[in-house]
Design a protein around this ligand. Structure first.
Ligand SMILES: C[S@@+](CC[C@H](N)C(=O)[O-])C[C@H]1O[C@@H](n2cnc3c(N)ncnc32)[C@H](O)[C@@H]1O
Length: 526
């Protein structure tokens, strides 16, 4: 690799051994530049391989919890299908029945109010719509709306004139347009996005091909952003972070900070020099069949990572079901049915003990049916969730992903919901909460190891339940004060760990600081 020397611009072949992205013609110039470069030297470099394409590799050992990368979005905007949101600030628009939301006076799109008309996010598209004589007629109702699908592609295209460098950088990203072409979604995009931009807005300076390519680039590379102030998600394009490859057991997490949604990539485990720095593009608590199908459809690749290749999913048995034949014949209660080849979705599933075999597509149908059943459950009713677990306890492995989803929901209800607050929970349910959190933590430690949000939330819930249980058992003289203090001390340690993990999560940091102070007080026994 060659590049201009960072000091004198002469052609140079030596580069910084830390980030490999800055060149020097001599050691002298490197030494001279270090004062400036040391705060910018990134612990990673871009690499390329036949399997992953571009990806990111650590150029030195990275500690757990280190910020690896910070990047502002090139483009922010609504997802393909979105609940009504303000195009100025991205906030969810809630419209009480019989009322009308505020509409932008220039273009007619729903906004929070007049102050959002001048938002830098909205002004460029608004000026274009006004100039082309377009006025939106969208009713912001409380349901998902497809009209938003054109906004983020439009914002990308508008960069061609506003910031050509950024526009060119976007067009260089992976699109998978060939694989996406002629899919149902892209036929809909042809009508909706291309139709809106070329026909309604008259943007004929962009070909159908370019518009579809931009839509495909967004689908391949966008990060989903959950706004902390409401139940709405938007998407953002971060060209540097878009180079991160996927792994079903990631070694980083990313958070979005500040009003601009700066992406901050943080290592969740120590990463060794030379290792790939990766994120997950999907849900870590889904089974392999569902994760691989999601990755294939949304990101157009077959994941062959270590976890996907292992029929036991790293010993968690997340996709497994119990063998009904073994159970019938009074055999080992715990014999499991697992995939015979997890990298091939149609391959049969077989009992680890007896010859009982099930077709791959039957397992997939079963998963779909159970997902629908869970979707229809009344999530605020612990009885409904416990009923589900009871119904499937013989058929599904205890850590089957459907069971885990319901167990996680229960762990959040017990102790946090009106009527089930920690102080009101009967002893049996307090114990249940502790067991659920402990079981989920064991799985989290394997599949999402290290300082992840999931682990932080579970630790937080576990310590709170442990502290309450210790106080109760002390009050009823079931344990000594010394024993209670030991448990409270353990709870305190867990809370400190949870605080450390969740400190970077904008919506959790303050809550945790307060709880830490409260628990300190509770530790002072009379
Ligand atoms: C956000 S981009 C990442 C950058 C991309 N590798 C490139 O060369 O531009 C996502 C795409 O990278 C590829 N990719 C990422 N992780 C992968 C993995 N674990 N296995 C195979 N391909 C992967 C897929 O083509 C995917 O659609």
């Amino acid at each position: 690799m060659t590049g201009p020397c960072a000091v004198c611009q002469a052609g140079a072949t030596q580069c910084c051994s830390g980030c490999h992205s800055v060149f020097y013609c001599s050691r002298n110039h490197q030494r001279q530049h270090w004062k400036f470069h040391k705060t910018r030297c990134a612990p990673y470099k871009l690499s390329v391989s036949a399997q992953l394409g571009y990806h990111v590799v650590a150029t030195r050992d990275i500690r757990q919890g280190e910020t690896i990368m910070k990047e502002d979005p090139t483009v922010l905007g609504p997802k393909v299908v979105s609940l009504p949101l303000c195009l100025g600030c991205g906030r969810r628009l809630r419209v009480p029945d019989g009322t009308e939301t505020y509409k932008c006076r220039s273009c007619g799109w729903p906004l929070c109010g007049a102050h959002c008309e001048m938002s830098p996010l909205h002004v460029p598209e608004c000026s274009l719509m006004k100039e082309r004589g377009f006025r939106a007629s969208i009713q912001a109702e409380d349901k998902k709306e497809a009209a938003y699908c054109s906004i983020t592609p439009l914002r990308c295209l508008l960069l061609q004139k506003r910031d050509p460098q950024k526009y060119e950088a976007i067009l260089k990203l992976q699109s998978h347009l060939e694989e996406r072409r002629n899919t149902t979604l892209y036929n809909i995009f042809k009508n909706n996005i291309v139709g809106f931009l070329r026909n309604a807005l008259g943007m004929t300076e962009f070909s159908e091909e370019t518009i579809l390519k931009v839509a495909a680039i967004l689908d391949t590379n966008s990060f989903e952003i959950r706004r902390s102030d409401g139940d709405i998600k938007i998407r953002g394009l971060y060209p540097k972070a878009a180079m991160l490859s996927h792994d079903c057991k990631p070694n980083t997490k990313h958070v979005f900070t500040g009003p601009n949604y700066t992406l901050e990539l943080v290592s969740t485990v120590p990463i060794k020099k030379g290792e790939i720095i990766c994120v997950t593009y999907t849900q870590t608590l889904w089974g392999t069949l569902a994760r691989r199908e999601h990755l294939k459809q949304s990101k157009c690749f077959d994941c062959n990572c270590e976890r996907c290749s292992d029929e036991t999913e790293l010993g968690t048995y997340l996709g497994s079901i119990n063998c009904s034949q073994c159970k019938k014949s009074g055999g080992k209660k715990s014999s499991m049915i697992i995939s015979t080849n997890p990298l091939e979705s149609s391959s049969p599933w077989k009992c680890q003990v007896c010859p009982h075999t099930i077709l791959g597509r039957q397992i997939a149908w079963g998963n779909d049916a159970i997902r629908q059943e869970i979707a229809a459950l009344e999530k605020s009713k612990p009885q409904a969730l416990e009923g589900f677990l009871d119904k499937y306890k013989d058929a599904l492995h205890p850590s089957n992903w459907h069971m885990l989803e319901v167990k996680y929901a229960l762990s959040q209800l017990y102790g946090n919901m009106q009527g089930f607050l920690l102080s009101e929970l009967p002893d049996t349910l307090l114990e249940r909460k502790i067991n659920l959190c402990t079981e989920l933590l064991e799985i989290a430690d394997i599949l999402e190891p290290g300082a992840t949000r999931l682990r932080g939330l579970l630790l937080y819930d576990l310590q709170a339940a442990m502290a309450v249980q210790a106080k109760r058992t002390l009050a009823s003289d079931k344990i000594t004060k010394a024993a209670a203090q030991v448990i409270m001390g353990e709870a305190m340690t867990l809370l400190q760990q949870a605080t450390e993990i969740l400190r970077t999560e904008a919506d959790m940091a303050q809550l945790l600081e307060d709880k830490l102070a409260n628990l300190s007080k509770e530790l002072e026994f009379d």
